[in-house]
Design a binder for this molecule. Structure first.
Ligand code: DON
Length: 323
């Protein structure tokens, strides 16, 4: 784990984490994946990482959690790196839905049933089926490698969460069968589902997703290791998807009151990418940053309640918005 130097930014994060922890009582841990219900709902942690390696963190920043839907950003990056953006977008569109993340209503209403975007479950299952390799193991490895290239460490699946989701995945299973019927699945149904659930079960910390957010903020360039990991165009398409679809049917509210590309997961993680802000060199993290938040009590949209409240405060105080 990188070293943290005590800064004004860290002091602010510690104060705000204390201030917003109580917001978690307005939400609940996800229960439809039974293992996620076991988390302590009062946790709230944050890690912010700047391009020079500056790190500020507070609260439960070192608590491990599973990526869940945050993995959809990474599988999209991996699939596009392999096939090219245009080829992936033939199988999945880039339009927001305004529906819940696991909704299936639009698949049948809009022929031929191409999923609306890679951030909803239907689109993400299509993307998982497109990952490089033959069979579950190879496809999952190409996902896991993409995460490792960005965070610099190998991550493992949380087996309990994986099993819990596999056993209760009837809705995603039905989405996958529907996608296969309409020709939007590139591998057998059970394989696509298995890869998808494995990627959702990968265990990370707030610091890991802050690092991925930082790379996206810098258009695919890792400013710490000084390496271009994927192309600028891919980074921009991905950030546009995060802005329009990343917080699901709360994306408009998040864009209005936080104003940065972000992606949530039902385990309570939020990953955000704050591009460099030319407005003032005096602003905290003016050179851009990645933010990782963890707060497992989620709202009706599947977003961390305390996490969103903390980000709203922070965005206003530090003028983070891209608009
Ligand atoms: O497929 C699911 O339902 C979960 N594995 C992931 C959903 C999710 O994280 C939605 N996010 N807010």
């Amino acid at each position: 784990m990188a070293q943290q130097t005590r800064t004004i930014e860290t002091d602010c994060l510690e104060q705000w984490t204390k201030q917003y922890r109580g917001e978690s009582s307005k939400g609940k841990c996800a229960a439809y994946i039974p293992a996620l219900k076991e988390a302590d709902p009062t946790q709230l942690g944050i890690c912010v990482m700047g391009p020079d390696g500056q790190i500020s963190r507070a609260g439960n920043y070192d608590a491990p959690f599973t990526l869940q839907s945050i993995s959809k950003v990474i599988s999209f990056l991996a699939a596009c790196t392999h096939h090219g953006i245009a080829n992936v977008l033939e199988q999945v569109d880039v339009e927001p839905t305004g529906d819940a993340f696991d909704s299936m209503v639009r698949l049948e209403m809009h022929k031929p049933g191409r999923p609306f975007n890679p951030m909803i479950n239907a689109g993400a299952i299509t993307v998982s089926s497109l990952l490089q390799g033959n069979g579950v193991q190879e496809k999952f490895l190409s996902f896991q490698d993409m995460v490792e290239r960005m965070t610099g460490r190998k991550h493992q699946i949380n087996e309990e969460v994986y099993r819990s989701e596999w056993q209760t995945a009837n809705r995603n299973r039905s989405l996958a069968y529907y996608l296969a019927a309409t020709g939007f699945l590139a591998c057998p149904v059970e394989d696509a589902l298995d890869v998808y659930i494995q990627q959702c079960s990968l265990e990370v910390t707030a610091e890991d997703i802050a690092k991925i957010g930082l790379i996206l903020a810098h258009d695919g360039y890792d400013p710490i290791r000084k390496e271009q990991l994927f192309g600028k165009e891919l980074a921009r398409v991905t950030k546009a998807l995060m802005v329009t679809c990343g917080m699901y049917n709360a994306s408009g509210n998040f864009a209005a009151f936080v104003g940065v590309p972000a992606k949530s997961g039902v385990s309570g993680g939020i990953m955000a990418a704050v591009p460099p802000r030319g407005r003032s060199r005096e602003l905290p993290f003016a050179g851009g940053c990645g933010i990782g938040v963890y707060g497992p009590a989620i709202d009706q949209y599947g977003n961390s309640v305390a996490g969103v409240a903390l980000l709203k405060h922070m965005a206003s105080a530090w003028d983070l918005t891209i608009y």
